[in-house]
Design a binder for this molecule. Structure first.
Ligand SMILES: C[S@@+](CC[C@H](N)C(=O)[O-])C[C@H]1O[C@@H](n2cnc3c(N)ncnc32)[C@H](O)[C@@H]1O
Length: 254
């Protein structure tokens, strides 16, 4: 049976951001951790700078962030490029948090709305750039998600996605792929760059090891059962072994 990701992420983002996890990310990622953005991903400052530069947005350009979570990465890129931002996620709790963040960051032209990778409910050719950070692995149908990216972009528009290639199928996860480039090309993109993000495996491994070491503290913070939390962290570690690379894909809509 496949997991109910909407329920899982709605619960995750309904709780306050974990201070224990934030300390672990800061310890592992150092200056690369964008602490002020309350990210729920392995995104680094280097990734964010690459996305902002490669989005090629003019001031007032239209940016969408799919699987936006609490909104931090998209808001950072929008603020840096003077773009308008539409964030899409399946979890209303994440969107509520993103709206508060937009106000706090004083980024005005933003909208955060419910939608999914396969059905964003956004208009055709409505964006000059679409980004997505560490979320595409949850899309149940990746070819359809790529077609949806193409549909909402203008011709020549840019796609910027961080995600993982796998050499096996992790249990209880949507189907994964070993290379996203054929999917992007079939959906109408030219792949401009397919970059492996520096140090990804060591950092993710260390993050999960520290999380396991501090499982009691994490469980006390969230109110979860420590043994269940330990089991799910161990599963994430096993899933990580099936990842062959974390990539930043940069593509242009034909
Ligand atoms: C690991 S989090 C990353 C969140 C955010 N991009 C960040 O960097 O903080 C994955 C996100 O994908 C969202 N998500 C999961 N399945 C989705 C789907 N089918 N369509 C859209 N978003 C989805 C989750 O709700 C969650 O916000």
């Amino acid at each position: 049976m496949s997991a109910d990701w909407k329920a899982t992420f709605t619960a995750t983002f309904g709780a306050p951001a974990s201070a224990v996890s934030a300390r672990i990310w800061a310890e592992v990622y150092g200056d690369e951790y964008p602490a002020e953005l309350d990210t729920y991903s392995f995104v680094t400052r280097t990734d964010l700078h690459r996305v902002a530069a490669e989005a090629r947005l003019a001031p007032g350009g239209r940016l969408a962030d799919i699987g936006c979570g609490r909104g931090g990465p998209g808001l950072w890129v929008a603020a840096r490029t003077y773009a308008t931002l539409t964030g899409v996620d399946i979890a209303e709790t994440a969107l509520a948090s993103a709206r508060r963040r937009a106000e706090a960051m004083d980024v005005e032209a933003t909208e955060f709305r419910i939608g999914s990778f396969t059905d964003t409910e956004l208009d055709d050719a409505a964006f000059e750039a679409v980004m997505s950070v560490d979320a595409l692995l949850f899309a149940p149908d990746k070819p359809r998600a790529c077609a949806e990216f193409a549909r909402i972009l203008v011709p020549g528009g840019r796609l910027l996605v961080t995600t993982w290639d796998f050499d096996g199928q992790p249990p209880n996860r949507p189907p994964q792929v070993d290379d996203h480039r054929p999917l992007l090309e079939a959906a109408g993109f030219d792949v401009l760059s397919y970059e492996v993000t520096p140090g990804w495996r060591e950092r993710q491994q260390r993050t999960m090891e520290l999380s396991l070491e501090r499982v009691e503290e994490l469980a006390a913070e969230s109110g979860e059962d420590p043994s269940k939390l330990r089991a799910s962290l161990e599963q994430v570690l096993r899933n990580q072994e099936l990842m062959t690379r974390r990539v930043l894909m940069i593509a242009s809509r034909r």
